[in-house]
Ligand binder design. Sequence first.
Ligand code: FES
Length: 102
Amino acid sequence: MQWIDAAAAGEIGEGQSVTVAAGLHMIAVIRSDGELYAIEDVCTHDGEALTGGGIEDRQIICPRHGARFCLRTGEALTPPAYEPVRVFETKLEDGRVWVLAD
Ligand code: FES
């Protein structure tokens, strides 16, 4: 596991996201309700990137078929997705957002 420098904290506004490559993963770093979250940027329904989907109430909505995922736990909250997305730990340090990835 290693901390990846994802972005300057100011780059991710409320309801916005950035995507970073970390090894084999694409990770979306998202701010919702003032908090930062990091999730694997792949919908578990059919592989769509989740970035570009709506972000509200600490959830992200897949732009393809509308499944909702909890940003805190990765849980799939609505069909057609049933499997959770992976979540990653984040931290703020020196004005930057870091993601703990493998
Ligand atoms: S690909 Fe995300 S809901 Fe279908």
